[in-house]
Design a protein around this ligand. Structure first.
Ligand code: FE2
Ligand code: FE2
Length: 284
C-alpha cells in the first residue's frame, strides 16, 4: 500500500522556517490503512510543528510508540488530547510495549536523569489514551505492523551502557531497552521501515524483519539508528553489514548522530537522505 511519512519532531530543522527542533522523534504516517502518529517527541515541538506542517492529527487511527524514553513519549499527553479534540472521538488507541511505564535513567558523569514517560498512566487514560500493550509482533492494520521485541543476535550491537533501569532486586543496572520496536509497512516496492531509536541494533532489527516477513527488499529504512553514542567497532561493523541488505533508500536521524549520518551519506550516496523536521518520504 502507499505510504507517506512526514517527520514532525527531530533533532534539527533545515529550511522549514517556523518549525522547531528538539532531541526527539515523531513521524506522521499516511498509509492505505489509515494515518498514524509514530512517537511524540519530547513534548516541546509536537503540536507547533504539526500545525506548521499542516498535519491533521485528528485523522490518527492510533498512536504507536517505539519505546518508553521521554524523547519519544514526552508529547504523548498533548498528542492524545489533540487527536481527541480534533476527531471528536472518546478515546485514542495507543500501541506500545508492556515496559512503557517503567522507570529508567540516563547516566552522564555519574548523574542519573529520569528518562521514562513523563506522565502517569492514570493521567494519560483520563485524557483518553486507550493502551494496548504487547511485546509480540502484531499487525495494527492490514499491511502495517509493530515488530515487538527484537532478538539480539549480533556480537557488536551491545546497547548503550548509559541507559539504566532497576533490576529485579532494585539495583541500578544497564537497560537493554527491550521495548524498542519499529514500524513495518508493506508496499508493492518492498518494506517501508520506520525505526524508533534502534536500541536493539539496526542490523538485529532488519534481520528480524526480513525473517518475519520473508521479504528481502527494503524500499525505505528511516529513523534513529542509535549509533551516535556507539563505539567505533559497532559503527564500522554496522556500516559494513548494512550493505548486505537490499535497501532502496536509507534516511537516518536523531540518535544516529551527525558524524555517523555523514558516514552513511558517504557510504550510500544517492540512496541516502537526511531525515529532519519536515522531511517527507514516500513509497513512490
Ligand atoms: Fe531511546
Ligand atoms: Fe531516542
Amino acid at each position: 500500500m502507499p505510504v507517506r511519512a512526514t517527520v514532525i519532531c527531530e533533532n534539527s530543522v533545515h529550511g522549514n522556517l517556523g518549525a522547531l527542533a528538539e532531541h526527539g522523534w515523531a513521524v506522521w504516517l499516511e498509509t492505505g490503512s489509515g494515518s498514524y502518529l509514530f512517537d511524540t517527541g519530547q513534548g516541546y515541538t509536537l503540536l507547533g510543528n504539526a500545525a506548521h506542517l499542516r498535519i491533521p492529527l485528528g485523522d490518527a487511527q492510533a498512536i504507536l510508540l517505539s519505546h518508553h524514553h521521554i524523547d519519544h513519549t514526552g508529547g504523548l499527553l498533548d498528542a492524545v488530547r489533540a487527536v481527541r479534540r480534533a476527531s471528536g472521538r472518546a478515546g485514542v488507541p495507543v500501541y506500545a510495549h508492556p515496559d512503557l511505564f517503567k522507570d529508567s535513567f540516563a547516566e552522564r558523569d555519574g548523574t542519573l536523569t529520569f528518562i521514562g514517560v513523563p506522565h502517569t498512566r492514570a493521567a494519560l487514560e483520563t485524557a483518553g489514551a486507550e493502551f494496548s500493550l504487547s511485546s509480540e509482533w502484531r499487525e495494527i492494520a492490514p499491511g502495517l505492523a509493530l515488530v515487538g521485541e527484537v532478538p539480539r543476535r549480533t556480537t557488536y550491537e551491545t546497547g548503550d551502557p548509559a541507559m539504566k533501569h532497576y533490576d529485579a532486586t532494585g539495583r541500578i543496572v544497564t537497560d537493554p531497552v527491550r521495548d524498542d520496536q519499529t514500524v513495518v509497512i508493506d508496499t508493492p516496492e518492498g518494506l517501508f521501515v520506520v525505526l524508533g531509536c534502534s536500541h536493539a541494533g539496526i542490523i538485529n532489527i532488519l534481520t528480524y524483519i526480513r525473517e518475519r516477513t520473508g521479504t528481502e527488499r527494503f524500499h525505505t529504512v528511516m529513523g534513529g539508528a542509535h549509533l551516535g553514542p556507539a563505539p567505533e567497532e559497532q559503527v564500522a561493523a554496522t556500516l559494513e553489514a548494512l550493505h548486505t541488505f537490499d535497501i532502496g533508500r536509507i534516511g537516518v536521524s536523531h540518535c544516529t548522530g551527525p558524524n555517523v549520518a555523514a558516514r552513511m551519506a558517504h557510504a550510500f550516496g544517492e540512496r541516502f537522505f537526511f531525515c529532519n523536521v519536515g522531511t517527507v518520504a514516500t513509497s513512490d
